[in-house]
Design a binder for this molecule. Sequence first.
Ligand SMILES: Nc1nc2c(ncn2[C@@H]2O[C@H](COP(=O)(O)OP(=O)(O)OP(=O)(O)O)[C@@H](O)[C@H]2O)c(=O)[nH]1
Length: 665
Amino acid sequence: MAKTEFTKLNGGKVIDLSPDDHTQKSPPLVASYNEKIRPILDAVDKLRRLNVTQEGIPLPTIVVVGDQSSGKSSVLESLAGISLPRGQDICTRVPLIMRLQHHPDPAPEFVLEFQKKSVKIGEESQISEAISKATAEIAGNCKGISNVPLTLVVKKKGVPDLTMVDLPGITRVPVGDQPKDIYEQISGMIMEYIKPDESIILNVLSALVDFTTCGSICMSRSVDSTGQRTLAVVTKCDQCPDESDLLNKVNTNAVNIGLGYVCVRNRIGDETYGEARTKEATLFEQHPLLSKIDKSMVGIPALAHRLVQIQSVIISKCFPDIIKNINEKLNASVLNLNKLPRSFASIPDAMVAFMQIVVSFKETLQKILVRGEYDDYEHDKEMHCNARLAEMIDTLSKDLEASVNFCENFLVEEMKVLEEANGIRLPNFLPHSVFLILLKKKVNGISDLPLTFVNKVCAYLELVSSRVLIDLCANYPQMLPLMKKATQHVMEKIKLKFVERVDEMIEMEKIIDYTCDPEFITSYNKLMGKRDQILKSMSSIAGTTNVEGYGIIYTKHLVNVPGNTWDQAFDLKMRMTAYWKIVLKRMVDCLALQLWFFMQKVVNKEMEMEIVNEVMVHGGGIEKMLDEPTSVVKKREQLQSSISLLKESKEIIEQVMDNIEVTSN
Ligand SMILES: Nc1nc2c(ncn2[C@@H]2O[C@H](COP(=O)(O)OP(=O)(O)OP(=O)(O)O)[C@@H](O)[C@H]2O)c(=O)[nH]1
């Protein structure tokens, strides 16, 4: 039969997994195997023992799958030359990792490792019982399964250097006390092992069954549709009812096995392994039909050679990725651990961190609020505090100005006030109280604007403080709630004082009319200069006039107003208009100064003291900061254990790399 070319596509690269002639061992392969592959295989096995796959790092693995009683354990037995639990019932109930290692000493060594235990097995005859006992310990005495692996290390003269994983056979019908979902459990476990691209699937098929109906074939095809990483072992060839059919099956490859077939005859009953190999050789040499199968496709030695060859290729191919994966995962885990909130070992530790945050908080607020520097938040406009506060003051100033309309209902309000303030006194005499009544009315009309401004500014300052605190407490989120509460508390106190000042300011403006600003007289005189223009418009047809700087004034409604009243109302209006400008300017200035004053006071003095007071006295003390949510504690433990596992893996890799380099030199 012509030598079949088998290739495996992996990560876009083609790996040649072609079988060579097993009868002529290629010296370069053996040499490079001992120098390079063997140490790497040892390293990969060490990584497997560490359970590095739980960190999401797949390892190149030969996974033995097959339907129940297809002969998986028998194949492994034949490869290892030892007895494993065998039978017609489910025997393999946990993943059995078989590490076969050739060693020159004629005395074999057997070790069973599971659940961090390592059991030395003295006699070959005790292996089967030891595996059954360990299986029962892991998966119970009934027929249930478990995915906690067992590792059997077999060091024996002449065995191939191979590591394989034997998995429970696929069974559809639960037997004995098996759970109803046994099929799902077993297939789930098998899928987990055969899914990674790094796995080679050793599909064990009994010659007695139709391959197309095998559960293990369906499964391996679902993850390896082209069969590029599937090798078939056909067992029970000695019992085959129709040899020509078997010959046909392996030659036509009806089930699409990419790495080819190896037909075997395992040990039967009490035969020794030597007897079994002799009978196997005789079967494939002398049987009229089976002898027609290519010699590279029959017998356990051919299978061993083929597996060692495939293992060498897959291990060499995957090793760089394993190193890369370990480094990447290690870096990511370290990064994630650093991102986790720091835990405090003691109260002094927590105290130091707390004081550092308080000091940094003060410094940052001084920077962004007092000095107006925003380089720490260059791309975050909300944190450019001076500009945002200036915008708020500007908006207040515009809102205040817009609250008075000079032109609307011209002189009507003034005339009403004059009428109500009328009394027994000289005509043409404007009492001071009239001006104050009008002033009070006007101030009342805008009094909510400064208060709205205070609320807006305080909400903004609270937001800024909270943003700074979130940044500063990034490593210590357990401190954040207490710090935030303390800051809110300080802000509330400041706001109360600020509101008090603003109320006082508004009260003052209502009861006192005073300014030394010469602008008042200038503005008043300018307005009074418009008297004739306005008077004239009353007798015009349109009854309107456009007063420069104020807009269009309607005067028709003033035609019948007595001259004396008109004059007094006009004087009152012009006086108020000139004074109102001064009042608004003073309010804005005063609010801006107050804001600045409070901000400085809070940032430079009060905030620091208040936070310390709030945390130490009202917040339950620094001890409260030692409390950590259990989710964080768990996450930290997980990451720490991942990191130590990955570090250990890295050391294993570094050691093997050093050894390879030394050998190559
Ligand atoms: N005649 C003959 N019998 C075999 C051969 N291979 C396996 N058997 C028998 O088939 C039965 C099942 O073999 P096992 O090796 O236990 O099969 P398994 O697939 O490991 O079984 P489970 O782990 O229980 O699924 C045993 O009685 C073996 O002796 C073979 O090549 N020829």
